[in-house]
Design a protein around this ligand. Structure first.
Ligand code: HEM
Length: 421
């Protein structure tokens, strides 16, 4: 992922989907150029083609590419809001609010109240309590995949593993795993033609997936209203905030957020992890020699390296001067975590994959602030367990060839990664 091309800063357009189809090394170079020459740059709204849904008009956004600016925005949630228009790049049209305007797109005091309902399930103590089931899942999935000896690492392992864990936590039965995977792929596909056929209205397609996940939540929730069990869906449908139940919209968007966030991100980290270990055999050898000693730093380095979530958006509550740039009330900013994670001012040799990297205060899970990733403990555990088991049982495991990149500005995804045990 070392930068490769040389960019003229004026030719970089982060709103052009062509940019996101470029190889990683070229993208890295563009961001290195931005950090150096124009750390806060403005872009017009991207154009969404072939949809009948009308998006509210917007005035574009500022891309924050330096670690320090991403940190400032995250640490001042009273100025850099998550609520107005949602954390997506474009303000959500009313049709999408129902499914996609979850807790991540709210501010205090509402955000703190919503987060409290589910935070217990994801705290370190509870993640430790489900460790056995995470170990068991890893074992089952690897055994199933190893029977073939080779295949696509994404479908066999990287996507399967977090999918089954989050579904179990939510109370989704195995018969629905495939459908949950398909819908969360569509929701976070950013219109990639491998997930949304080119002759379809991409936004209607995404809305249908939101509706399908919501229907599943309703079905699971019905029983749990009278018979609460120890899963997150029970916690959601029975939660009361100041003696009021969550509204249908709050429930639907909560469910969609947890399922999609729990799936697509960890999968991306695990996929990049195998590719990075294959491309850097000396780092793999270090891990094989001392997995327990390096597991913690290696897991965080995989998340920094992969930066599965490329950005989140905030909206200015008031005029604000950020590193000498004058931002105005209502402006949108995108916090480029992926670029912050390569910031030369913070990381020594940012393009070196180092499983022992320390310190490593990366922003893969977001920067410090109220929205810091709720699933960070769970995701770290999943990554640690999966690589421990893969390397212990199949030390020769490696990826083959070049990964197929997801065409997305939002998730740094891999669609296909051939591998051999
Ligand atoms: C390697 C895996 C993961 C990465 C890289 C990741 C990344 C992120 C990022 C960047 C944010 C936004 C932080 C912000 O805006 O300040 C976030 C928030 C969130 N993540 Fe994760 N995530 C991962 C795994 C998970 C998992 C397994 C779950 C489980 C459901 C999860 C649930 C959430 C939720 C619910 C939020 C919103 C929190 C809030 O608004 O309070 N994430 N994550």
């Amino acid at each position: 992922m070392e930068p490769s091309a040389t960019w003229d800063v004026d030719s970089i357009d982060l709103s052009d989907m062509e940019f996101w189809r470029r190889p990683w090394a070229e993208r890295e170079d563009a961001f290195a150029t931005l950090r150096r020459e124009r750390p806060i740059s403005h872009y017009d709204e991207p154009v969404i083609e072939n949809t009948s849904i009308e998006f509210p008009a917007g005035t574009g956004y500022y891309a924050l590419t330096k670690y320090r600016d991403v940190a400032t925005a995250s640490r001042h949630p009273d100025v850099f809001l998550s609520g107005p228009g949602a954390v997506s790049l474009m303000d959500l049209p009313s049709e999408m609010v129902e499914y996609f305007s979850g807790m991540i797109s709210t501010d205090n005091p509402k955000h703190a109240r919503l987060r409290r309902i589910v935070s217990n399930a994801f705290n370190p103590r509870n993640v430790r309590a489900v460790e056995d089931s995470i170990d068991r899942k890893a074992d089952e999935i690897i055994t199933r995949a190893a029977a073939n000896g080779t295949g696509d690492f994404i479908t066999d392992i990287a996507a399967r593993f977090p999918l089954e864990i989050i579904c179990d936590m939510m109370g989704v039965p195995p018969s629905e795993y495939e459908s949950v995977l398909r819908h969360s792929n569509i929701i976070l596909s950013n219109g990639d033609p491998d997930f949304i056929p080119v002759d379809q209205d991409p936004i209607l397609f995404v809305l249908e997936s939101g509706a399908a996940l919501t229907a599943l939540m309703e079905e699971l929730g019905k029983y749990r209203m009278d018979n609460p069990i120890d899963d997150i869906t029970s916690a959601l449908v029975n939660a009361e905030i100041e003696s009021e139940k969550l509204t249908h919209q709050e429930l639907a968007s909560f469910f969609v957020l947890l399922v999609a966030a729990g799936n697509e991100t960890t999968r991306t980290a695990i996929a990049h992890g195998l590719y990075a270990l294959t491309e850097h055999p000396e780092e793999k050898a270090r891990l094989l020699a001392d997995y327990e000693g390096l597991a913690k730093t290696a897991t965080d380095e995989i998340v920094r390296w992969a930066s599965p979530v490329i950005w989140m958006r905030r909206t200015l509550a008031e005029d604000y001067v950020l590193s000498d740039y004058e931002l105005t009330k209502g402006d949108k900013v995108l916090l480029f975590y992926s670029s912050a994670n390569r910031d030369e001012d913070v990381f020594a040799d940012p393009y070196v994959f180092d499983v022992g990297r320390s310190p490593n205060e990366h922003y893969g899970f977001g920067a410090p602030g109220p929205h810091f990733c709720l699933g960070a403990h769970l995701a770290r555990r999943e990554i640690t367990v999966m690589f421990r088991e893969l390397l212990r049982r199949y030390p020769g495991i490696h990826s083959d060839g070049t990964p197929l990149q997801l065409q997305s500005s939002f998730i740094n995804g891999i669609k296909r990664l051939d591998y051999t045990f």
